[in-house]
Design a protein around this ligand. Structure first.
Ligand SMILES: [Fe+2]
Ligand SMILES: [Fe+2]
Length: 151
């Protein structure tokens, strides 16, 4: 069996996701410091959830006898305004889900990684809907009311 695609995809997800997960954690700490305890905790928990996926793909690579490469994430400026951050995250989330849809067929010959990625895709879609839902809520109840809910 040829696991070249699996290894490429796994390495790409390990790199991208560990970077974006860490940004969630840093944003979480920032939001907490602004008094938005719930929103901050949501993103800190989100970091932990996403690192579980990083572990899954890392273990898949290790199981196949490949030692992952490490890439420290790019320099990123944190976003102080919660709504602006959700808008920025939604954009990244849409691109991420779209690329996962494209990746799925390339994993057809490796059911193990296919299943991991299918579950991961479902998770990422839920994150996308969460972002959309929050922006919808802000639209409906107003930013001030929404911010009160994040305290
Ligand atoms: Fe995320
Ligand atoms: Fe996610």
């Amino acid at each position: 069996m040829d696991f070249k695609t699996t290894l490429q995809v796994s390495q790409m997800i390990v790199n991208e996701l560990s970077g974006s997960a860490l940004v969630h954690k840093m944003q979480g700490l920032l939001f907490k410091s602004q008094g938005f305890e719930k929103l901050g905790q949501k993103y800190i928990d989100h970091y932990n959830e996403e690192m579980v996926w990083v572990e899954k793909y890392t273990n898949r690579m290790l199981d196949l006898g490949c030692i992952p490469q490490m890439k420290v994430c790019n320099e990123t400026t944190l976003i102080e305004n919660p709504k602006e951050y959700i808008e920025a995250d939604l954009k990244i989330q849409r691109e991420g889900v779209e690329s996962l849809y494209k990746i799925m067929p390339t994993l057809a010959s490796d059911p193990t990684t296919y299943d991991i990625t299918k579950a991961y895709l479902l998770d990422e879609e839920e994150d996308l809907y969460w972002d959309e839902e929050q922006l919808d809520l802000i639209e409906k109840i107003g930013i001030q009311n929404w911010l009160v809910k994040q305290m």
